[in-house]
Each structure stands twice: as structure tokens, then as C-alpha cells.
Write a new protein. Structure first.
Ligand code: PNS
Length: 171
């Protein structure tokens, strides 16, 4: 029997405990999960990590889990899924607001690639309010982000904030 491959796409800037939880739980119904970091050159954003750095964080966080792979992709998710033989897309849905957008993307992706199923996963309640955008903002403002990140990711976030501050201080 062939492996059931799932792709969990996103920005992952940075990978949060919420993402990690969704990916690990995805292994209950997929043999392998590809955590796919999207290149989004059209989106002006206050990012924290480069694509390569984000891939590194994902690899560190899942170092003990050979069934999880980190990859990057440019262009359409359906093209990446087709190329990698993935038939499942995993997305975490935290709220009704998330759901409207996620449902539209799922339907659009399925109309582009008929046998691609999107599985929506409810977050663990402990992570229901966590978003990478808020984590970046809180970390930059000196807030406590340890509960939202695994130790490896936290270390890199604190390092990045310190490096950015020291570069700014030097003008
Ligand atoms: O973490 P995000 O920002 O919510 O992830 C959004 C992402 C990367 C999953 C979505 O923007 C995406 O799939 N981008 C790839 C381009 C694409 O396929 N667009 C059409 C989606 S219907």
C-alpha cells in the first residue's frame, strides 16, 4: 500500500506549539506529513525569519519524528501537492473567522485538484488563541512567549529579537 502523504502548508513564521500540535495529530491519519513553508513574495509583511530559517526551526522541532518533513514551495499549493503525491491538506481552524477563509481555500483547491481533500483540525484548547503574528509582535515588544513555542523555537526567537535590537541600536 502506498503512503498516505499529507501536506500542512503555511507561513510558519515562526512554528508555534499550535502548529506542532496539528502536525503531530495529523500523523494519526497520515503516514507522513510535509510541513510546507509557502513563499509569498507578493505579501508585504513584518516577517521575522527567512524561509531557510523557518525550515530549520521546523526541522529542529521535529528532529525526533522521521515521518515529518519540512519543505518550501513557490506557486500553487495544488501543484506542490501533486508533485509530492499528497492527497490530504491539513489546516488548523481556530475560529469561525478562520473557517470562512479556510473553507473557501479548501473548495478552491479541490476545484483545482479534484482528489485533494482538506482536513480541518480543531486546535487543542491550550493553543486556540495562539497565532504566529501575535507571537512575533509580543516577542518584539519584550513579552513572555515561552508558553507558545517549543524550547528550540523559543531560543531562536529570543536570539532574533536580541540581534534585531542590537542592529537597531548600532544605527
Ligand atoms: O499560514 P498562512 O499564511 O495562513 O498560510 C496560507 C497558505 C500558505 C496556506 C496559502 O496562502 C496558500 O496555500 N498559498 C499558496 C498559493 C495558493 O495555492 N493559493 C491558492 C489558494 S486557494
Amino acid at each position: 500500500m502506498t503512503d498516505r502523504i499529507a501536506v500542512c502548508p503555511g507561513s510558519f513564521d515562526p512554528l508555534t506549539r499550535g502548529h506542532e500540535d496539528i502536525v503531530r495529530r495529523g500523523l494519526a491519519f497520515a503516514d507522513r506529513v510535509i510541513v510546507a513553508v509557502a513563499h509569498a513574495p507578493q505579501q508585504p509583511r513584518q516577517g521575522m525569519f527567512s524561509i531557510d530559517e523557518r525550515l530549520g526551526l521546523i526541522r529542529e522541532a521535529f528532529a525526533g519524528e522521521p515521518r515529518v518533513e519540512a519543505a518550501e514551495f513557490t506557486g500553487l499549493l495544488v501543484d506542490f501537492a501533486r508533485k509530492r503525491g499528497a492527497k490530504i491538506v491539513i489546516r488548523g481552524v481556530r475560529s469561525v473567522k478562520d473557517f470562512e477563509y479556510e473553507q473557501q481555500m479548501a473548495m478552491m483547491n479541490r476545484s483545482l485538484l479534484a482528489d485533494l481533500e482538506t482536513v480541518f483540525m480543531a486546535p487543542d484548547p491550550a493553543h486556540a488563541f495562539v497565532s504566529a503574528t501575535l507571537v512575533r509582535q509580543i516577542a518584539r515588544l519584550g513579552g513572555h512567549v515561552a508558553p507558545f513555542l517549543s524550547p528550540a523555537v523559543l531560543h531562536h526567537v529570543l536570539e532574533k529579537v536580541a540581534a534585531t535590537k542590537s542592529a537597531a541600536a548600532q544605527g
